[in-house]
Design a protein around this ligand. Structure first.
Ligand code: S3P
Length: 194
């Protein structure tokens, strides 16, 4: 695979570095774990959008869904993404987005506008379901295997619009982080383009 080259708009003005990278994909894809590993390798900060939403609201994601509904959650999610995007000129950032964030057309458009790479972490739906099962109750949209699969199938074509897709099945978090670094042509520990 040819290394991905950052469009000019996505590079730091002074040192030619990309300023952000976004991890998307379904629940259980490993966005947070891979994001932390990637950020450590690149020496960028790591941001989990759901953590920021919980901090902003003073409620868990589950509580937001239960008390205010999914539509209210999506509004907060978009607002928090906008806030985050205002910060990326200043601080190089690896950001993990919740499973539904990238499938909202407005959010995808915001990400296109900043021209930062969007990485789709993929895995078979059975694997994703197994990864989510131990924490059943935490994720409001992980209800039963049938609805989980239906939502995955509906969303997958949208995730495929990401800059790159990385299969995570059977791979360690570190191996996935390495694959992303190499596919995007990033230099570990400095984040410089090779
Ligand atoms: C959601 C996924 C969750 C969280 C919320 C909604 C979704 O994040 O944002 O429960 O719509 O798929 P994870 O993908 O990190 O589980």
């Amino acid at each position: 695979m040819r290394p991905w080259r950052a469009p000019l708009a996505c590079r730091m003005p002074d040192d030619n570095r990309p300023r952000a990278l976004f991890l998307v994909g379904f629940m259980g894809a490993g966005k947070t774990s891979v994001g932390r590993a990637l950020a450590a390798r690149l020496k960028w900060r790591f941001v989990d959008l759901d953590d920021r939403i919980e901090a902003r609201e003073g409620r868990t994601i589950r509580e937001i869904f239960d008390q205010s509904g999914e539509a209210a959650f999506r509004k907060t999610e978009s607002a928090e993404l906008r806030t985050l995007l205002k910060e990326i000129d200043e601080t190089a950032t690896v950001a993990a987005l919740g499973g539904g964030a990238f499938v909202q057309p407005d959010n995808a458009a915001l990400l296109r506008r900043v021209a930062a790479p969007v990485v789709f972490l993929d895995a078979p739906v059975e694997t994703l379901s197994e990864r989510c099962s131990p924490a059943v109750g935490v994720r409001p949209l992980f209800r039963d295997p049938q609805s989980f699969r239906a939502l995955y199938e509906a969303r997958r074509p949208v995730y495929m619009g990401a800059t790159i897709r990385v299969d995570t099945a059977g791979k360690s978090v570190e191996a996935v982080a390495d694959e992303i670094i190499s596919a995007l042509g990033l230099k570990p520990e400095s984040g410089e383009l090779q």
